[in-house]
Design a protein around this ligand. Structure first.
Ligand code: ADP
Ligand code: MG
Length: 625
């Protein structure tokens, strides 16, 4: 809730709208106890008094009634009727929409054709017809305004519900034996409430205007009762001679509708998850780079990442997701990056190719050299020509990276065609060849399947095939097996290992599982809170972990046939990277920590082969090497 308010008030206009509306609401709530003159007592001797006259702050109207008093009582009535109409329209419209959307078929058809019929009439004409049928009066005006707004809510909510009703959680609720009523109330309704609130906040102002319009025409509130519309209507004849009588209610209508609309827009923006944190502003084609200093080239490796720093600038906060990471990758080598979720592994990998979304991502330092050429800050066409061609990515969930509406063969062919000028048929043939390379049986046939027709393991094979499509030098695999079960994971790892040996691929393999690192990686780098805390050959690190964090991570891996070894989860959580502690970031969770650990920066020390960032390492890395 407080996050919502913070977002809301970040929008200055919405904040101003909220303040103005709050003042008006407080005033009308207090109206009965304020020392006002009675609103309906006429005094013909004091007709059309100007504002600021004795005893009448806003003057009087054509019957000598106090305008301030009528204004507040009238606003009270107009707001009440407008809100009531909005609530009635929202509740009925949402109910109709949710039922039509959930049941579908004939029910949906019948209901929605009725709604269409309501929508076929011009808005205000329909309201007029309803009031004409029911007779003038405020209550009937309320009914008319609510009725003409029901279709708007019904259409909106039905659209959302149709999408939700096909989702797995609704199926799950059905399988659990829940009845329609409970599914509607507890599964669907909570999901559409934000939409209802948004639709309401953006239409209340409109409904208040409509009610005022009906009253203005004499169809709403009846004399002597004041509402804003009827005050305007009565002042019409004296518009020239006593303009204040129309300006006063007119200005109030303007204030109310403006403030509600500004606030409503703000509420919509704050509630819409896609608009949060300004994510709707499209990310740039490549990550923003703001480097003061470029590290000297070392001339090492196929890929050489040096002191990479990537941050997220959100509002005034700075999240140091990657803070000075250096890694090298030789041709044909497999390097593992391991760490808990949130330690900065993905951001490291994405930074290399400028794939971190900006805003909010900014690369603030370091270099990433591919064959000696820095990719950080490289021109977009250069990055584009390398992406998917020389350096390819495999992601965790291929279902979300494959396009759901295209056959996998076509998608593979597209990956080839975007970097090579070959014929469509040739690309297609290569696509089938790739599917065979990743051991997909009956590849010819499978190339014509859609992503949803394949199992998780198959899809990940397609993901790997796509990464291989242009015979890259480097594959960056970001937790490619995390979504798979253990047997499929083993197959995928074996496949990657074969491909690497056959083709001399270099693999940067990201995972949180030391078991996986042990199977595939020659070397491993352990990340914690955006920094590398230990690095070395996999076997040595597994046998003799030096950093207490590494040791704890290894202790988390269950071993088959090792009896009842105690599984040691690491207590506590990784720190938030916008507010890192001084010194070692792991110190708060480490049982070896001393005050020295919290005092200052600890360097990544050791030999070329084996390094650790710890002043109380479990083993002496220099001695081991
Ligand atoms: P992982 O090691 O699990 O792959 P990530 O590299 O995805 O972790 O994330 C590293 C850190 O960056 C996390 O602490 C996360 O909170 C932060 N982060 C990632 N994306 C954003 C973002 N858009 N805005 C702010 N912080 C982010
Ligand atoms: Mg990740």
């Amino acid at each position: 809730m407080s996050a919502f308010l913070k977002l809301l008030f970040r929008n200055r206009l919405a904040g101003a709208g909220a303040v103005v509306l709050a003042i008006i609401v407080v005033l009308v709530l207090l109206t009965p106890v304020l020392p006002l003159q009675p609103p309906n007592v006429t005094d013909t001797a004091d007709r059309f008094l100007r504002p600021f006259s004795e005893g009448h702050l806003l003057g009087t109207d054509h019957l000598g009634r106090d305008l301030l008093s009528r204004l507040l009582w009238g606003t009270r009535l107009s707001l009440a009727v407008g809100f009531a109409a909005a609530i009635v329209a929202a509740v009925l419209g949402a109910a109709v929409g949710i039922i039509a959307g959930y049941f579908g078929g004939r029910i949906d058809n019948t209901i929605m054709r009725g709604i269409d019929m309501l929508m076929a009439f011009p808005y205000i004409l329909l309201a007029l017809a309803i009031v004409a049928a029911l007779g003038p009066g405020l209550m009937n005006a309320l009914i008319a305004v609510a009725a003409v707004n029901i279709p708007f809510f019904a259409r909106n909510i039905r659209g959302i519900t149709v999408g939700l009703a096909g989702k797995e959680f609704v199926d799950a609720a059905r399988l659990a034996g829940l009845g329609h009523g409970r599914i509607l109330l507890f599964e669907l309704l909570p999901n559409v409430v934000p939409v209802i609130v948004i639709a309401m906040s953006t239409t209340i102002g409109w409904m208040i205007l409509e009610t005022a319009g009906l009253s203005f025409l004499g169809l709403g509130s009846q004399p002597p009762q004041a509402d804003l519309g009827s005050m305007l209507g009565e002042a019409r004849s004296a518009m020239i001679t006593a303009p204040h009588t129309s300006v006063v209610p007119g200005a109030m209508i303007l204030l109310i509708v403006m403030s509600i609309n500004l606030l409503g827009d703000g509420v919509r923006d704050a509630l819409d998850p896609r608009l949060k944190s300004g994510a709707l502003s499209r990310p740039m084609a490549a990550t923003l780079v703001e480097r003061e200093r470029v590290p000297e080239a070392r001339g090492e490796g196929l890929l050489d990442i040096q002191e990479l720093q990537t941050q997220f600038h959100v509002g005034r906060r700075i999240y140091r997701a990657v803070d000075g990471v250096s890694l090298t990758l030789e041709p044909g080598e497999s390097l593992g990056i391991i760490g808990e979720s949130g330690s900065g592994k993905s951001v490291t990998a994405l930074s290399v190719m400028g794939l971190v979304a900006s805003p909010p991502g900014v690369i603030t330092g370091g270099a990433a050299r591919y064959k000696g050429q820095d990719l950080i800050g490289a021109k977009y066409p250069r990055l584009r020509s390398l992406r998917g061609d020389r350096i390819a990515y495999i992601f965790q969930d291929p279902l979300s990276t494959l396009h759901p509406l295209y056959r996998v063969g076509d998608q593979l062919a597209e990956a080839i065609l975007s970097h090579h000028s070959v014929s469509k048929a040739e690309a297609m043939q290569r696509a089938v060849g790739l599917l065979e390379d990743v051991r997909i049986p009956n590849a010819e046939n499978r190339a014509r399947a859609y992503p949803h027709e394949l199992s998780g393991g198959m899809r990940q094979r397609v993901g790997i095939a796509m990464a291989l499509a242009n015979e890259p030098d480097i594959i960056i695999a970001d937790e490619p097996t995390t979504a798979l079960d253990v047997t499929v994971q083993a197959q995928i790892l074996a496949l990657l290992d074969d491909l690497r040996r056959d083709r001399g691929l270099a693999i940067l393999f990201i995972t949180h599982d030391f078991g996986v690192v042990g199977q595939l990686c020659d070397r491993v780098a352990v990340m914690y809170a955006g920094r590398i805390v230990e690095e070395g050959p996999t076997a040595e690190v597994l046998d003799d972990p030096a950093h207490p964090y590494t040791a704890r991570l290894i202790a988390c891996v269950p071993e088959l046939g090792q009896g009842r070894r105690e599984m040691a989860a690491i207590p506590g959580l990784p720190p938030a990277v916008d507010n890192l502690p001084e010194g070692c970031a792991f110190a708060p969770r480490c049982d070896k920590a001393t005050p020295a650990c919290r005092a200052g920066d600890i360097p990544l020390a050791g030999t070329e082969r084996r390094r650790v960032r710890c002043i109380h390492p479990e083993t002496d890395v220099e001695a081991v090497a």
